[in-house]
Design a protein around this ligand. Structure first.
Ligand SMILES: C[S@@+](CC[C@H](N)C(=O)[O-])C[C@H]1O[C@@H](n2cnc3c(N)ncnc32)[C@H](O)[C@@H]1O
Length: 105
C-alpha cells in the first residue's frame, strides 16, 4: 500500500498465520480492485467450525489441538466475513474449506 498499489490486484490468496487472517482482510480489501477476490484457505479448520460445541465429534480428544490452535481465529473470521457488507462471500467445502470474498465497492 505504501507503494500506491491500492485497488490494483485481481486476486489475493491467504494461507498462513491463521490468527492474523482477520487482520489481513482490511488491507487486502484495499489492495484488490472492486470485483477482485480474496481467498482464505482452511476456513473449515478440519470441520471443527461447522460442529456444534455439544457435538460428540467436537468433543473427541482428536479435536483438542485443532481447538487450541486456530479454531477461535477461524470461527471469528468466518462470522466477520459473513457479516461484512463490502464483500460477497462464500465458503467452498473443498479441501479444508476455502472462503472466496468478492469486493463489492
Ligand atoms: C500452508 S503453507 C502455504 C503454502 C503456499 N500457499 C503454497 O501453495 O506454496 C504456509 C506457509 O507460510 C509460512 N508462514 C507461516 N506463518 C507465516 C507468517 N506469519 N508470515 C509469513 N509466512 C508465514 C510457512 O512457513 C509456510 O511456508
Amino acid at each position: 500500500m505504501r507503494k500506491g498499489k491500492v485497488g490494483c490486484f485481481d486476486f489475493a490468496f491467504v494461507d498462513a498465520d491463521k490468527d492474523n487472517y482477520i487482520n489481513y482482510h482490511e488491507p487486502l480489501l484495499k489492495l484488490v480492485k472492486v470485483g477482485g477476490v480474496i481467498a482464505f484457505d482452511n476456513t473449515l479448520w478440519f470441520g471443527s467450525v461447522a460442529l456444534a460445541e455439544d457435538d460428540e465429534k467436537f468433543n473427541d480428544p482428536i479435536m483438542g489441538p485443532i481447538k487450541q490452535n486456530g479454531y477461535d481465529a477461524i470461527k471469528k473470521l468466518n462470522i466477520f466475513l459473513a457479516n461484512d457488507p463490502r464483500i460477497e462471500s462464500t465458503l467452498l467445502s473443498i479441501g479444508d474449506g476455502v472462503t472466496l470474498c468478492r469486493r463489492k465497492y
